[in-house]
Write a protein that binds this ligand. Sequence first.
Ligand code: ATP
Ligand code: MG
Length: 198
Amino acid sequence: MQADKFNKTMARQKASVDAGIERASQEQSVIVLLTGDGKGKTTSGFGMVFRALGYGQRVAVVQFIKGTQASGEELLLRNNFPEVPLVQMGTGFTWDTQNHAADQAAAVSTWQAAGAFLKNPSLDVLLLDELTYMLAYKFLDEASVLSALHQRSPQLSVIITGRGGGTGLRELADTVSEVKNVKHAYDAGIKARLGIDY
Ligand code: ATP
Ligand code: MG
């Protein structure tokens, strides 16, 4: 691109960015939903957790589905941020346990921990990792979950990850990103990789 054309494009972009900043003047917490069938939802959620920690903000993490393998983000939190509450649903993946009653009980008790965080007036960011599946499997009552999210402590931003989750959650969330699966190495027979996949 020629210099004068480049400068004109940049000037137009600056005007549009400035107008956007002017419009977005409300200071308030948000609900961010990271959904879709592609890779990158949980890692993005943890990205915001670590972003908030960088500013000394107070965060908490609740993981609704946990594999048997620890993840790098879990290790980083446990080893370096012992003050950050990390609650994990006791059972493994639901397709491993195949015990509906036990899974539902675990979901309900994990949601109780989430509910307490949602009311906490001194938390800044709460990650509810894989919460969507608890709604999809009907382990949790959707109306109660949506109302607890809506009535959360006003300063608290909430990040929710997982595929699906229903239209109610999409409507309630302020920011919704859908990660689209274009391709995944696993489908080509490549093993899940430490540091990338877990
Ligand atoms: P990540 O934790 O890497 O951000 P995610 O949260 O978007 O992934 P999940 O559905 O929670 O995805 O699955 C977690 C694991 O499954 C990760 O190891 C991830 O690489 C893998 N995975 C995610 N999407 C796909 C896919 N479309 N096909 C195969 N494996 C996937
Ligand atoms: Mg995930």
